[in-house]
Design a protein around this ligand. Structure first.
Ligand code: 6MZ
Length: 309
């Protein structure tokens, strides 16, 4: 979700909440991403500031409205928004359950205004506290009566950072018990072992990026056989360096091996581009007109939102 907040809204809220920028953060250079970064960590620098807002409850509504308005302007009728939501409880001095409730209410209200279907995915970031954070999020979800607005779980962040050993089983249990979809950011930084772990340990239904999988025919075979969908983010993949400038985009390999994939926009406001731009870039990377036409059906099929018509 935060990667979809228009830059003008971020600046407005930083000003309104009198938030100081982190040392060394230059807003003109560090907030947006339009040319390839040297690493994923560099690409993710905008989150140093995105983690500092919104301190005021009403600014969460400002964010939700701005995000949904920009999605609607791109002709989007259904969307999955990811949020690592726990940071909100720190910023707004409320419990995790209240933070989740605020996020649900705020996005629901904004989406209703545009007649847009919106599902939320709770994101956990890789690191020592990933399992504790997931347990906290799941408790909040249960406290709220397992609302339908929450459709899935996601693991994100820097793939070089390890996670606690118990994390995969927590994902599997949540999937089984609550019927939540599981998507794992994996293989974005060349770590093919993370893609295998996502499938075999985390029971992933979808893989975020998964670009490294294209180097491993056996893994591609497994993804195809298990009908696991790769979330391909063409603009993001070039900006993060997941796909180096001198290499073809792996979507061509996914297609050859029968691995399902769906074109996504990742962080559209950070790129200052929309989903239609990702479709155009995907075509430049080798997606055919027929495949583009099929994208809408593919997106519905693998979405964690139910009964999309
Ligand atoms: C380029 N693609 C990416 N790869 C890996 N992790 C990513 C990412 N884009 C964003 N995140 C990570 O996902 C979380 C988003 O939570 P919010 O919405 O701020 O709540 C952050 O941890 C961010 O670092």
């Amino acid at each position: 979700m935060n990667g979809a907040i228009p830059a003008a809204t971020i600046r407005e809220i930083l000003r309104d909440e009198a938030t100081a920028l982190p040392p060394g953060f230059v807003i003109e250079e560090d907030l947006l991403r339009s040319s390839p970064c040297t690493s994923l960590a560099t690409y993710l620098r905008p989150w140093q500031v995105l983690r500092l807002i919104p301190k005021k409850r009403e600014n969460l509504d400002v964010i939700s409205q701005a995000v949904v308005t920009s999605l609607a302007a791109n002709g989007i009728r259904f969307v999955e928004l990811r949020s690592s939501v726990l940071y909100l409880s720190t910023l707004q001095r409320c419990s995790a359950t209240q933070a989740l409730e605020r996020l649900i209410e705020s996005t629901r209200h904004a989406a209703e205004r545009y007649g847009m279907r919106c599902g939320l995915i709770m994101t956990v970031t890789r690191g020592d506290y990933a399992a504790v954070n997931l347990a906290t999020l799941l408790q909040a979800y249960r406290d709220l009566g397992e609302p339908d607005d929450i459709v899935g779980l996601d693991l994100a962040g820097d793939e070089e950072i390890p996670y606690p050993a118990e994390l995969p089983s927590l994902f599997r249990e949540a999937k089984e018990r609550f019927g939540l979809g599981v998507t794992i950011h994996a293989g974005e930084t060349g770590r093919v072992d993370n893609v295998r772990a996502a499938v075999e340990l985390f029971a992933a239904d979808r893989i975020g990026h998964g670009t490294a999988a294209s180097q491993d025919p056996a893994l591609l075979e497994m993804l195809a056989a298990r009908d696991i969908c790769i979330e391909v983010c063409p603009i993001s993949n070039r900006l993060t360096g997941a796909v180096p400038a001198d290499q073809a985009h792996p979507l061509q390999e996914f297609r050859r091996r029968g691995v399902p994939f769906v074109i996504c926009s990742d962080n559209p406001a950070i790129h200052q581009r929309g989903l239609a731009d990702d479709y155009a870039v995907a075509m430049a990377e080798g997606l055919t007109a027929d495949e583009l036409a099929q994208q809408f059906a593919t997106a519905k099929r693998y979405s964690f939102l139910e009964d999309l018509s």
